[in-house]
Design a protein around this ligand. Structure first.
Ligand code: UD1
Ligand code: UDP
Length: 351
């Protein structure tokens, strides 16, 4: 199942690997994300088939989203009685489907189990801990995520270190992304611009915090062009004028966004997926948060945690642009994570 932008890349890789091995997959889309640019565009670009079931959940409070997804997913599980329900990531759709499936007595596999930010005010942290605790198989994307699961006391035979499945999709589509003319159409030079994404409630829901971050972008834009594809949550909160020199655009398709990450001098983000993708691409990344569930991108990658203070952000950006960190990749981020997922699920651990 999937319901939001960062999980389309994951289901693409996992479903393909399962189907290559002869498994029959039913694709359920909760509909948590629904704008063309947050949804259908990805299905087209990544050539993901139309979902078999669409739950039409849409936006709302956490309770509304989770509740609607549970109500709509319940009869589907009851009718299909699948051998495995595969849930991915850490959003409200993931939690809802995992809860329904577990309570229906189904076997639940969690792809991307184990990342922890340690920040209980982050909705995804609640979802991660809850989903891991009710899943039958935990498929960890990195050594640190695996270590978190071990520290939480899960049974050894439940946990598998498989690597990061969304990066399988990144590697498979990198040539297509590099062929896109997006740098020319935006008028930014290869290696000479900053790319920004912001959507965490802790960064964008308060006008003061968002205002401070936008001021930091304005400062940065004095030194190099700043491209800022704006998430709909963030767009809804941006009452103030955008800083001069910041090129704010609608959310981009996957191929254009990967092309921009690949060509950026530096990426500034609060996204989980973007922290991992920049490490994979060897591009310097500044994470504008106080914590991360992807510390492996710092210890074994190109990411740096800088928080939200505009002065600190600027100083770190200058330093990274002048002296970029060497590219390196965490273990098992090799484009074969989804194959390992399929092996685990179809070779007796799952079934
Ligand atoms: C959700 C996930 C988050 C993930 C992010 C990826 C939860 C708790 N959060 O956050 O983990 O990192 O997706 O992008 O599940 N909206 C639109 N069009 C859309 C989708 C959303 O306009 O297609 C607007 C609506 O005003 C909505 C707001 O964005 O209220 C937030 O959407 P929501 O799905 O609740 O959370 P995200 O911030 O997108
Ligand atoms: N992404 C995209 N277009 C954009 C911004 C992001 O295609 O304008 C992709 C990005 O490459 C990554 C995923 O969306 O694969 C990350 O999603 P997001 O930041 O929304 O969620 P998170 O990873 O924080 O949960």
């Amino acid at each position: 199942m999937a319901g939001t932008r960062p999980n389309y890349m994951k289901i693409k890789a996992v479903m393909e690997a399962l189907e290559q091995r002869g498994a029959e997959c039913v694709l359920v889309h909760t509909g948590q994300h629904y704008d063309y640019a947050m949804n259908e565009l990805f299905f087209k670009e990544l050539r993901i088939r139309r979902p078999d079931q669409h739950l039409g959940v849409g936006s709302g409070t956490h309770a509304e989203q989770t509740g609607r997804a549970m109500l709509a997913f319940d009869p589907i599980v009851a009718e299909l009685r699948p051998d495995i329900v595969v849930v991915d990531g850490d959003d409200n759709s993931t939690l809802a489907c995992a809860l329904v499936a577990t309570k229906a007595g189904q076997f639940v596999a969690h792809v991307e189990a184990g990342p922890r930010s340690g920040d209980w005010s982050m909705p995804e942290e609640v979802n991660r801990v809850a989903v891991d605790s009710i899943s039958d198989v935990l498929l960890a994307p990195s050594e640190d995520a695996f270590a978190n699961l071990r520290a939480e006391g899960y049974r050894q035979d439940k946990m598998h270190l498989v690597g990061n499945v969304s990066l399988d999709t990144l590697l498979a589509n990198l040539d297509r992304a590099r062929a896109r003319p997006v740098l020319d159409s935006l008028g930014v030079p290869r290696g000479g611009f900053a790319l920004v994404t912001l959507h965490r409630p802790s960064n964008v829901d308060s006008h003061d915090t968002l205002g401070g971050l936008l001021r930091a972008l304005a400062e940065l834009a004095q030194e190099l062009p700043v491209v800022f594809p704006v998430h709909p949550r963030t767009r809804a909160k941006m009452v103030q004028d955008l800083p001069h020199g910041v090129l704010a655009v609608d959310p981009l398709g996957y191929l254009d966004f990967v092309a921009l990450q690949d060509a950026a001098a530096v990426v500034l983000t609060d996204s989980g997926g973007v922290q991992a993708e920049t490490t994979m691409l060897g591009v310097p990344c500044l994470t504008l948060r106080e914590n991360t569930e992807w510390p492996v991108t710092i210890t074994k990658g190109t990411n740096q945690l800088v928080g939200r203070d505009p002065l600190r952000i600027m100083a770190a950006a200058r330093k990274l642009i002048e002296c970029p960190p060497p590219p390196r990749r965490p273990a098992l981020w090799d484009g074969r994570a989804s194959q390992r997922v399929a092996e685990v699920l179809l070779s007796g651990h799952g079934l």
